[in-house]
Design a binder for this molecule. Structure first.
Ligand code: ATP
Ligand code: MG
Length: 410
């Protein structure tokens, strides 16, 4: 077991979190970014601040000597705070910390005994002490602290044993102005801090897939804007509200989401009037992509994101994807492309979008779907049929773009 792996105690039960007053934030991947490290850490601090703002209580987020601490300045709810920190990409581990004043070694020994007694009540565990002196004027060096605290614990808890190779409890003691004690690591979401990897435009529908797709790309540090194609009165206000709600759920991970709501009704009706019905979905999808790309380019997005997965529906066969893709010049990111529905549902449940996604409001496509949509569209044929739209489509697209309703979701 790696020494920073989560241990036997589920986070919510760490003595109810009562004694902890701070968190040490561990970050893995961003540690290797050389000169950019500063920018990554800054972005991580920003996202942590954004996350703890949602929590009860006041917090101070500080960055010192390659470490990030979240310190509670008031009473706070331990579980709520941990849950919110778990939404911050870039965090690999969250270590609940107890601070004690430096009032001499004997007092430190008592503090450690109390710490172990409260965090691991009644457990006979193996342990290892790992002391670190960030303040070199402390009278004992790290080795001395390790062995003397070890003795103190063995005296106080006869059931405990030292195991330097794979201890149940890795007890960290950091000597700073105050003394920091921690031993548990709650896993974070990993990934890179939001906004360190540019920005992309997510095509967000009310379904299960697209919120998951947005989450996955955001996990790599990409900031997310979104566009939703709304077709009133065929799609209800409630369907739109559901998309706003999904954007809000996604925004816990990504930071604020600029959601563009595009009224797609007239475009959809026009396609319905002029094109073969079995090609309706595919042609609609091409217009969605064109419009999304237009907004993306105007808002400095470097790519589009969809929730498509090969073979899931007629419009997601390899042939259909090729025909849809053809109208875009920006890269289209499809993080779910090789996943099964069940795998996607797993992630949707984990990120808490599933329950909202399955609410039964009509989405834009379901009303206009043909009984037998083409599954192997021929690009030349599709292009030819799109010519039927020449008279009015540009104007309709322009109007839709002009009436773009921007909702800032946070
Ligand atoms: P989802 O579960 O994300 O709705 P889906 O399985 O219903 O996906 P489609 O309806 O074929 O699949 O849509 C494929 C992708 O196209 C979606 O994942 C989403 O990215 C985009 N999309 C579909 N409908 C809309 C819409 N009304 N507004 C914005 N994007 C949409
Ligand atoms: Mg859908």
């Amino acid at each position: 077991m790696r020494k920073d792996m989560p241990r036997h105690i589920p986070p919510a039960s760490i003595a109810g979190g009562r004694m902890f007053t701070a968190f040490l934030i561990k970050y893995a991947e961003i540690g290797i970014k050389g000169k950019n490290r500063y920018l990554f850490e800054e972005a991580l601090v920003q996202q942590i601040k954004y996350a703890v703002k949602r929590c009860e209580g006041e917090f101070k987020v500080t960055r010192t000597q390659g470490r990030i601490y979240v310190e509670a300045l008031t009473e706070f709810d331990f579980d709520e705070t941990v849950d919110n920190l778990k939404t911050v990409f870039g965090i690999s581990g969250i270590c609940p910390v107890v601070y004690v004043e430096d009032e001499g070694f004997e007092k430190l020994g008592q503090d450690i005994i109390k710490y172990i007694g409260e965090v691991y009540p009644g457990m006979d565990k193996t342990f290892k002490v790992n002391a670190r002196r960030a303040r070199k004027n402390y009278p004992l060096n790290s080795m001395e602290i390790n062995s003397r605290i070890g003795e103190v614990l063995l005296d106080a808890y006869p059931g405990m044993r030292v195991d330097v190779h794979s201890p149940d409890i890795m007890l960290h003691i950091e000597i700073r102005e105050k003394i920091y004690i921690y031993s548990e690591t709650i896993p974070g979401p990993g990934g890179m801090p939001a906004g360190t990897g540019g920005k992309a435009m997510l095509l967000l529908s009310g379904g299960i897939d697209s919120p998951v797709a947005g989450y996955m790309i955001a996990k790599r540090g990409v900031k997310i804007d979104a566009v939703y194609f709304h077709a009133p009165p065929y799609t209800s206000e409630r369907a739109k509200q559901k998309v706003v709600d999904l954007a809000r759920l996604v925004s816990r991970y990504t930071g604020p989401v600029y959601l563009h709501v595009i009224n797609f009704t007239d475009i959809q009706l026009y396609i319905y009037e002029k094109c073969p019905h079995d090609e309706l979905t595919i042609i609609m999808r091409r217009y969605m992509m064109r419009i999304a790309e237009h907004i993306a380019k105007e808002t400095e997005c470097l790519g589009l994101i969809t929730g498509e997965s090969i073979g899931q529906v007629a419009s997601q066969t390899m042939q259909s994807l090729a025909v849809t893709n053809e109208v875009c010049t920006l890269p289209v990111y499809r993080p779910l492309i090789g996943m099964d529905k069940l795998e996607i549902v797993d992630i949707a449940e984990k990120i808490d979008t599933y329950e909202t996604s399955i609410l039964p409001y009509e989405d834009c496509c379901t009303i206009f779907v043909a009984k037998h949509p083409v599954t192997k569209p021929n690009p030349a044929v599709i292009r030819r049929h799109e010519k039927n739209l020449e008279e009015k489509i540009e104007e309709l697209v322009e109007t839709a773009l002009k009436n773009d309703e921007l909702i800032i979701v946070r």
